[in-house]
Design a protein around this ligand. Structure first.
Ligand code: NAP
Length: 255
């Protein structure tokens, strides 16, 4: 049995991850944390995140799945790693210092962890296609357009930034990242990144390679959060079998 704890269990992703975990015959939900405590979820009552250290020590989960907010996720990862619990982090919007803090905590705790801005399997294929297209279209103008629901707090999305990283890695001449444009802004050697927010859009990412006389668009659209939630649950099952270290979704999909 994989013993699972979830932070952000009352949130949009947290509730969906919970439903999937509860339906797995090889998984057991042993703890759930959020700012608001007390809700009964399957066999457990949601605990206040203030008690995370105490509860993790008492119930000893194998993994902690986190879909919260950047600062919260950093402190949840620290609590997990210091208690020998493997973090599976889907939260997005980290700055470089927060990424380092999590990596240091994971190293210090000597645990395996997976952090991914997008747990959908389709997005891993999308990222591979982007690397291939970028390598073959050196010199074309590249724009990334992402669209999400009106409750999303961070912009641009973690997936848009990951797409930019993958594309830059495939180009010989490294581009600048330009976030939106306004005023007199002649185009340089850059990747333009644009964030659309509205309604209940789950998550669209389009990459436009605009060349002279032709263009290519590569697009991924998530129809349901279940694409991310089921990927995170698969990652939780996968991470318990890994050696200590920090992994990404591409490591998981490779195997
Ligand atoms: P959400 O509905 O706002 O859920 C976040 C939950 O975390 C809320 O219940 C929030 O409580 C709670 N929370 C805040 N601080 C906390 C803390 N310190 N400890 C525990 N819980 C805390 O957001 P969401 O749509 O589920 O998204 C959550 C994150 O996942 C975002 O960063 C989003 O971009 C990311 N995401 C990632 C993927 C992926 O595949 N990696 C897919 C979708 C979303 P309150 O509401 O009371 O503040």
């Amino acid at each position: 049995m994989v013993r699972v704890a979830i932070t952000g269990i009352n949130g949009r992703m947290g509730t969906m991850v919970t439903d999937i975990v509860l339906a797995q015959p090889d998984m057991e939900l042993v703890a759930g944390f959020d700012l608001a405590e007390g809700r009964q979820v399957g066999p457990i009552k949601v605990s206040s995140v203030k008690d995370i250290d105490k509860v993790l020590k008492a119930v000893r989960p194998d993994v902690l799945i986190d879909f919260t907010m950047p600062a919260a996720a950093v402190s949840n990862v620290k609590a997990a790693a210091s208690n020998g619990v493997r973090p599976v982090v889907g939260t997005t919007g980290f700055d470089e210092a927060q990424k380092r803090e999590m990596a240091d905590a994971i190293k210090k705790g000597n645990v395996a962890a997976i952090i991914s801005p997008n747990f959908s399997v389709g997005v891993q294929v999308f990222l591979k296609l982007l690397a291939e297209a970028a390598g073959g279209l050196e010199g074309c103008d590249i724009e990334i357009i992402e669209a999400h629901h009106n409750k999303k707090k961070d912009a641009p999305s973690g997936t848009a930034l990951k797409a930019a990283e993958v594309i830059s890695g495939a180009l010989k001449e490294k581009p600048q990242l330009v976030y939106g444009r306004e005023g007199v802004v002649p185009r340089g050697r850059e990747i333009g990144i644009h964030a659309v927010r509205g309604g209940d859009i789950v998550g669209d990412h389009t990459v436009l390679f605009a060349c002279d006389g032709e263009r290519i668009e590569i697009k991924h659209q998530a129809h349901s959060r279940s694409a991310f939630a089921s990927g995170a649950v698969k990652a939780a099952r996968w991470i318990v079998a890994q050696k200590p270290g920090l992994y990404s979704m591409s490591d998981m999909v490779k195997q």
